[in-house]
Design a protein around this ligand. Structure first.
Ligand code: HEM
Length: 446
């Protein structure tokens, strides 16, 4: 995981204060905090009268960020823009929580897929800005199910990002898009040691929702699934977490469930040139519609925590090639010391063991990808009584063959970490470029 460095995030915008009256809200997306505010000055009945007919969210109104009523009465709330050159949620500093959803399409025509993405775009733009879905009438009619499921009412945007991608099966014969599949986005091969379970694999569409509040993130996935009814069904979901900003105000590199700092060696997301080289698909890469997008690989990697917890600290440190406490490379002093592949220990052996994870993943030093992983804990494995917990590994790159596949082939063959992990889920998604206001996610492809 990359460090969540808020100070350096150029994507953040400051949300203004709002002095909107209830009357003016009737024509606007309703912010979640306004719902509570209005309830406080006379109840939701004030919102009634806008006409309940046609009140359910239909996704036809162009809600834009400018129109949104943000965080009434609050200043300095941080909100990520939804529209822009790139989708948010890729080089965006990690939020505290993840709700990932993989969908399968049930429609038969590209027109219906387009309509779904148009609706999803509007809904996602609203939810990332902290607005309710549907106008006020659509949320207060006593005779209809509310347009918004309501569990995020009153909650701030929580730095929510919603990132959409198309899986390999999106490009099969159903929608006439086979010729559009990028060469940089091949099927993943079977890697040595893979223990993939179908219930954690694949999907036509992947949606990564990240937020600083799990309820806000869940709300987004749930409402997207609701909007998709009749067009797409959920295939699998995965929640993830890391330590919260409240638990670590210093905002250092988060630790994974093995206790090690995870994200130290990530490329610098503030280096735009580097991001163009490592993360963003370029117009000349072969699939012009993906320019400004990025290829995601998601792997559900279970950790054998009970085994790990019985291994010695020395063994653990030699597994990663780093000190547990400081995160520094073995033989080094500081977390951000460069890896010295030639350094020797007192016995004349490589200070970074040849099978250590950091050494192998470093490759030649030129092959990089951007990791944006979250820990997961999904209760117990009923068969073994052991924890079903680990890392929901997410990475972004410009070319899956040259980056993830090349790296994972090396790791699968020799990584000492393999003694303690098992890849049980796998999916790849071509994450579309960002949409301009008035456009929709996927419009460069459809
Ligand atoms: C449960 C599985 C995994 C765990 C617990 C894990 C953990 C770590 C840790 C602790 C580090 C050292 C600190 C850092 O640089 O972030 C690291 C580095 C790294 N990992 Fe992993 N990792 C896992 C899987 C993977 C996978 C599947 C890949 C890619 C195929 C990968 C790629 C990398 C890279 C590129 C680095 C940085 C190497 C460098 O310093 O140049 N990791 N990982």
């Amino acid at each position: 995981m990359e460090p969540s460095d808020l100070k350096t995030n150029e994507n953040l915008q400051e949300a203004g204060t709002s002095s909107k009256t209830p009357g003016s809200l009737l024509n606007k997306p309703v912010s979640r905090r306004d719902v509570l505010k209005m309830a406080g000055i006379g109840g939701l009945g004030l919102l009634l009268g806008g006409g309940a007919a046609g009140a359910l969210f239909k996704g036809t109104k162009a809600f834009t960020r400018k129109e949104s009523v943000l965080n009434a009465g609050r200043t300095n709330e941080k909100v990520h823009p939804f529209y822009g050159k790139h989708q948010s949620g890729i080089i965006t500093p990690s939020q505290n929580f993840l709700c990932f959803a993989s969908f399968d399409l049930t429609v038969a025509s590209i027109n219906e897929v387009r309509e779904l993405f148009q609706k999803w775009t509007l809904a996602a733009a609203n939810m990332t800005q902290g607005s309710m879905l549907g106008d006020s009438a659509a949320n207060t009619s006593l005779n209809l199910p509310p347009a918004d499921t309501g569990e995020a009412a009153g909650l701030i945007p929580s730095r929510t990002t919603i990132t959409f991608g198309a899986g390999p099966s999106f490009f099969d014969s159903r929608f006439g898009l086979a010729s559009k599949r990028p060469a940089a986005f091949p099927d993943l091969p079977k890697f040595r040691g893979d223990a993939l379970q179908p219930q954690w694999c694949g999907g036509d569409i992947g949606v990564q929702v990240c937020a600083d509040d799990l309820q806000v993130a869940f709300h987004a996935v749930r409402n997207l699934a609701r909007i998709a009814r009749g067009s797409a069904v959920l295939r699998w979901t995965q929640e993830g977490f890391q330590r919260t900003g409240a638990a670590e105000p210093a905002n250092g590199t988060p630790r994974n469930l093995m206790g090690f700092k995870d994200g130290t060696g990530n490329p610098d997301v503030n280096d735009a040139k580097l991001m163009d080289e490592v993360v963003w698909a370029q117009a000349g890469d072969g699939a012009a519609w993906m320019a400004g997008g990025s290829y995601m690989v998601a792997r559900r990697i279970r950790m054998r925590l009970e085994v790990w917890d019985r291994s010695t600290l020395d063994d653990q440190q030699r597994t990663f090639g780093r000190y547990r406490d400081s995160g520094a490379p073995l033989g080094g002093q500081d977390e951000f010391d460069p890896l010295d592949l030639n350094a020797k220990d007192a016995a004349g052996q490589p200070a970074l063991p040849v099978t250590s994870h950091s050494r192998l993943a470093h490759m030649d030093g030129n092959t990089k990808l951007l990791r944006r992983a979250y820990s997961y804990s999904s209760g117990l494995d009923a068969k073994t009584g052991q924890l079903d917990a680990g890392l929901f590994f997410i990475c972004f790159q410009r070319n899956v063959s040259k980056q993830f596949i090349a790296m994972q082939q090396i790791l699968a063959a020799s990584d000492k970490l393999n003694e303690y992990i098992s890849h049980v889920g796998s999916a790849g998604f071509a994450c579309f470029p960002g949409a301009a206001e008035g456009g929709y996610i996927g419009d460069t492809l459809f």
